[in-house]
Design a protein around this ligand. Structure first.
Ligand code: GDD
Ligand code: MG
Length: 340
């Protein structure tokens, strides 16, 4: 076994971002701003700290959103390689497609790029090598494992089962798949080309059967930013000191001095008028909040316009360019509403 540094990461960024609609109707999930920089940039800055120099983006849905944003082919100092799937291939299919496009032939990282964490990736790679694993998964503890891949392990860290999204009362442990993997190139040979293959439902269970899959339990900061609640929460954590102390109001945003802005982020070019109350709000770039309006625990999409005196509450999400009437009262709303 060579001990060459692991410098390539395959990033899964091609999902539809369904749970974050309507924000993801125009913008792919990992291109949404997380209190300024895109989710992708936040992920890559962390990987760069652990020696990653090349990121292969496994693209599908809204691939242009990435290629146009980084025309010089770098992000957070990391070289980008774009691999655009001809059709959605699911998690393993996408990893295989992207890794082959980039000619990956050494140990590499693969990630769900909607996860923001402070994982010691360097330590994880060392654990992967010392156990002689074919693949290693980071595990994180959660209160409700039913939304995730549930992963019991033995005392050596060998994975005993991989159970994707089990019924709530059937999860054998609350340690779940954190979405960061160290993989040997041989994993790619396990993935049938040209069809949808789920790493969680097909590849990992096969590796469990072959006893080649290991996992590392690490209880650090971890969030899957793929829902309005978690996207909001992690964005605010970059402002309040729990992750960082980034500016809560972008340089060229306009906030009237009479507005009350508490635990909130106001993006570039946004305008917050007189006597507005923002409380745990994300006001995305170019949006406008009319005078006297209240935005609480809610997200206002790019260039949307919240009418005078309107009240938004309880994880209301307003999409790009939407106009909300004056005095409207919205709670737990998605505008436009999901057309399913
Ligand atoms: N390129 C490509 N093609 N990417 C995809 C595809 C696809 O067909 N399907 C999903 N993705 C990307 C998404 O953009 C995301 O970054 C990642 O794959 C995972 O998809 P999600 O839709 O976010 O999955 P999840 O959050 O329900 O569950 C996954 O993450 C959990 C941790 O957050 C699973 O891996 C769980 O086992 C895990 O616990
Ligand atoms: Mg996710």
């Amino acid at each position: 076994m060579t001990d060459r540094p692991v410098t390539t990461a395959v990033l899964l960024v091609g999902g539809f971002g369904t749970r974050l609609r309507p924000l993801t109707l125009a913008t792919p999930k990992q291109m949404l701003p997380v209190a300024g920089p895109s989710m992708l940039e936040r992920v890559l800055a962390h990987l760069a700290d652990h020696g990653v120099t090349r990121a292969v983006l496994a693209l599908g849905y809204k691939a242009d959103g990435f290629t146009e944003a980084y025309p010089d082919g770098t992000c957070a100092g990391v070289e980008l390689v774009y691999a655009v799937e001809p059709e959605p291939l699911d998690t393993a299919g996408a990893i295989r497609f992207a890794a082959l496009e980039a000619g990956v032939d050494e140990t590499f990282l693969a990630l769900n790029a909607d996860v923001l964490n402070d994982l010691d990736v360097t330590e994880m790679i060392e654990f992967h090598r010392s156990s002689g694993a074919e693949g290693t998964i980071h595990l994180t503890p959660v209160d409700d494992p039913s939304r995730y891949g549930v992963v019991p392990i033995d005392a050596d860290g060998r994975v005993e089962a991989f159970i994707e999204k089990p019924p709530r009362d059937e999860a054998p442990t609350n340690w779940i798949n954190g979405g960061t993997y160290v993989l040997e190139p041989s994993v790619l040979d396990r993935i049938e080309p040209g069809r949808k293959v789920s790493i969680e439902r097909e590849v990992f269970p096969a590796m469990v059967a072959d006893r080649t899959l290991f996992a590392l339990q690490r209880d650090g900061r971890w969030v899957d930013a793929g829902t309005p609640a978690t996207y909001l929460e992690v964005s605010l954590a970059y402002l309040d000191g729990s992750i960082g102390t980034d500016p809560a109001v972008a340089d060229d945003a306009e906030v009237d001095p009479s507005a009350s802005v508490v635990d909130s982020w106001v993006g570039a070019g946004a305008r917050v008028e007189a006597h507005v109350t923002l409380d745990r709000a994300l006001i995305l770039p170019g949006a406008r909040v009319g005078s006297g309006a209240t935005v609480r625990n809610s997200i206002v999409g790019p260039r949307a316009h919240i009418g005078v005196g309107a009240q938004l509450d309880s994880l209301t999400v307003v999409g790009d360019d939407v106009v909300i009437d004056a005095e409207a009262v919205l709670s737990e709303a998605r505008v436009p509403a999901e057309a399913e």
